[in-house]
Design a protein around this ligand. Structure first.
Ligand SMILES: [Zn+2]
Ligand SMILES: [Zn+2]
Length: 469
């Protein structure tokens, strides 16, 4: 009897164990690709066009399904914009979303190493990972910081941080990448390799992207093979995707020029050394740099954007300060501009008996360059699939700058401009304007750009790896 009972218990235990094993197996079932990957097709070059692991229509539908999720995140982020290296709440919020999505991540990236020049501790960057955790690797990047601008649009998502505004669309960029995280997590197991998601602080002049590159975001295992970034672009209509091979955004640096003289009574200018007159002459002469120092075939910008000095109409100040920016499409031309700014400033200041010091930012931004081969074999095709017209909108380079340039310097990269100007949503104001408005309907297209870039990029890398054997 006892023996029979023991046998029954053993049998029951086996049935339960088998059931659990079946359940676990079911839980770990991977989503299979719905169409044949191009991985078996012989490759003719290292960048040859891939097929998406899923059908084109299906990817569009999956990305459209996360629209509400993405728009809600964007609205939440828009309410609490934070400046570079101080994106504490923003970072915590992103981590919360990634945790909910069951996506692995490491926080603490993007520490501010230039605290003598830029305030804020940093460490608000995040690197998340989806996929096998091994090679090949595609990196998708979003920036998370806001600007010191007071928002002038009345809405229920208006900035609650006085004097701070997401006026460059980085709230949308972050939301789109989290949307891509949701989609790619749902497809995990259906693609070979890893997608790294980079949420970087301090894009607006703090070189947060460079800090993360220095910290190893590209080289840490698994090493990044390709990278993609997106900027919402009010100059292009909604439904379009812009871009080009080669340089898309300029190299940029900013200057701070202090001109010191000897102040005194405005009625007795012969007894002072007037820095205001010296400054006026310097500002005019700086405008000759682009026309007389740079080749007419090169592009350049020298702009003085802020001047400060003096306290009364009848007092000549002892010193004045001015700030501005230089930009060009090549590093070489940028260096020429910088050298000319220094020479002209110091020479004219000396002529006036003043002293001038010129300070540059701790990190100049290099031009953002789209890798030609990657663009023709992948970027342009992906952008065309996402655009309503089925074709990329060719764009000229812009003198705007991006610290995605630091990434594009290190690995083959493509940067897209996502059109966001709509007749139904009034989005006439440009980036960095207190009335900048986002056409949220394009965010799902940004998700699609990310997802397609990642999947097609991984498929291409896997195919090319196989062809090496
Ligand atoms: Zn900006
Ligand atoms: Zn921006």
């Amino acid at each position: 009897m006892l023996k029979n009972t023991a046998l029954c218990v053993l049998l029951l235990a086996l049935i339960v164990l088998c059931g659990a094993a079946v359940k676990n197996k079911k839980d770990k079932t991977v989503i299979k690709p719905t169409s044949t990957s191009a991985a078996n097709t012989p490759s003719s070059g290292w960048f040859t066009g891939p097929q998406s692991p899923s059908g084109d229509d299906e990817i569009r539908e999956i990305c459209e399904n996360v629209e509400d999720f993405v728009v809600n995140i964007r609205r939440e982020l828009h309410k609490f914009p934070e400046l570079m290296y101080k994106e504490i709440k923003t970072s915590a919020y992103i981590q919360e979303v990634l945790t909910d999505l069951d996506v692995q991540f490491s926080p603490g990236w993007g520490l501010n190493t230039k605290t003598d020049r830029i305030t804020g501790h940093g460490g608000t960057g995040i690197v998340a990972q989806i996929g096998t955790g091994s090679s090949p690797v595609v990196l998708l990047r979003a920036d998370i910081d806001a600007l010191p601008i007071t928002e002038e649009i009345a809405s229920n998502i208006k900035s609650q941080n006085e004097g701070r505004m997401h006026a460059c669309g980085h709230d949308g960029h972050t939301a789109m990448l989290l949307g891509a995280a949701k989609v790619l997590k749902g497809m995990e197991g259906s693609f070979e390799g890893t997608v790294k998601l980079m949420f970087q602080p301090a894009e607006e002049g703090g070189a947060g992207g460079k800090r993360m590159v220095e910290e190893g975001v590209l080289l840490d295992s698994p090493k990044v093979d390709l990278a993609f970034g997106i900027h919402l672009w009010p100059a292009l209509p909604s439904g379009t995707v812009g871009g080009k091979p080669g340089v898309v955004l300029a190299a940029c640096d900013r200057f701070e020029i202090l001109i010191s003289g000897v102040g005194g009574h405005a009625a007795m200018p012969h007894l002072v050394v007037d820095p205001v007159v010296a400054q006026a002459s310097i500002i005019s002469s700086l405008q000759t740099i682009v026309s007389r120092k740079l080749s007419p075939l090169e592009s350049g910008v020298v702009s003085v954007t802020k001047i400060e000095g003096g306290s009364a109409f009848n007092v000549i100040p002892g010193a004045v300060t001015m700030w501005g920016t230089v930009r060009s499409l090549t590093d070489e031309a940028l260096r020429k501009l910088m050298g000319s700014v220094e020479d002209i400033t110091k020479g004219i200041a000396e002529t006036h008996g003043c002293n001038a010091t010129v300070r540059w930012s701790p990190d100049y931004y290099p031009p953002t360059v789209n890798d030609d081969e990657l663009w023709f074999n992948l970027g342009e095709k992906v952008a065309s699939k996402v655009a309503d017209s089925g074709a990329i909108t060719p764009t000229n380079p812009t003198m705007g700058a991006e610290d995605f340039g630091f990434i594009a310097q290190s690995v083959p990269s493509n940067f897209y401009l996502l059109g966001q100007s709509s007749s139904t949503v009034k989005t006439d104001w440009n980036l960095h304007h207190p009335k900048f408005t986002m056409d949220e309907t394009v965010l799902k297209r940004g998700v699609e750009l990310h997802v397609r870039s990642a999947l097609d990029g991984l498929a291409m890398l896997a195919k090319n790896k196989k062809s090496e054997f």
